[in-house]
Design a binder for this molecule. Structure first.
Ligand code: PGA
Length: 232
């Protein structure tokens, strides 16, 4: 099973830069399938540009103005990121996330639920407990037989980069959390996110993650190409 690669351009790229990146993927002959989540206001504009390519589109932010899950599902968008730490930092609650999970599944999309602990929680050695309870809260409205329709992205908040500057977790940091999640959700794909680069991507795939969720490094064609080349 090929590893899943999701690029999340967050607010890094304008509409023009997003379309240029998509075009560059084709120009360079990159054919490995991957998912890309452009800024929500650019999403619909991207739809015709990815048709017939190896790129599938994802929704970054369900709560963005003008977003309707029904409409974007009808456009062919198949994935929605839910509960990203940026959204949680803006005040998105677990209760709202739990409702979004159901809405996304009901519209036939695949939710990618982002979970992860803060630096403080990690330093208190509570990462596993925190991530398991956050995940349970966010999945509490999803029927257990639907768990295989969702993807989990474990993104320790302290490892997420600021404009590409960040310190990724090491496999030793994250394997215990991955193991705990896998035990509880054996049929759910689990991704790693946080400062993934062409240099460290293989270490997370070798550690047992089913793929990666990548922010800044996915917005630069050279590093995007470098990471996709390491995915089998
Ligand atoms: P990063 O972002 O790869 O730039 O650390 C990851 C994310 O926010 O999902």
């Amino acid at each position: 099973m090929a590893a899943i690669f999701i690029g999340n351009s967050k607010a890094y790229l304008s509409a023009e830069q997003t379309l240029a990146l998509i075009e560059e993927v084709t120009t360079r002959g990159i054919t490995k399938p991957f998912v890309f989540a452009p800024a929500s206001e650019v999403l619909e504009q991207c739809v015709p540009h990815v048709q017939g390519t190896n790129i599938a589109l994802a929704l970054q932010n369900i709560a963005a103005p003008g977003i309707s899950l029904e409409k974007i599902a009808a456009c062919g968008v198949t994935i929605a990121i839910v509960g990203h730490s940026d959204r949680r930092a803006e005040g998105l609650s677990d209760e709202e996330i739990a409702a979004y999970m159901v809405a996304v599944l009901d519209n036939g999309l695949t939710p990618v639920l982002c979970v992860g602990e803060s630096k403080e929680v990690r330093e208190k050695n509570l990462a596993i407990d925190f991530v398991l309870s956050q995940t349970r809260e966010d999945l509490k409205k999803v029927e257990t037989d639907q768990y295989n329709r969702a993807i989990l992205a474990y993104e320790p908040i302290w490892a997420i980069s600021q404009d590409g500057k960040g310190i990724a977790a090491t496999p030793d940091d994250v394997i215990p959390v991955l193991t705990a999640l896998k035990k509880e959700y054996p049929h759910t794909k689990i991704l790693y996110g946080g400062s993934v680069t062409p240099e460290n991507i293989s270490s997370f795939l070798e550690a047992g993650f089913d793929g990666v969720l990548v922010g800044k490094a996915s917005t630069v064609i050279e590093s995007l190409e470098g990471m996709l080349a390491k995915i089998s």
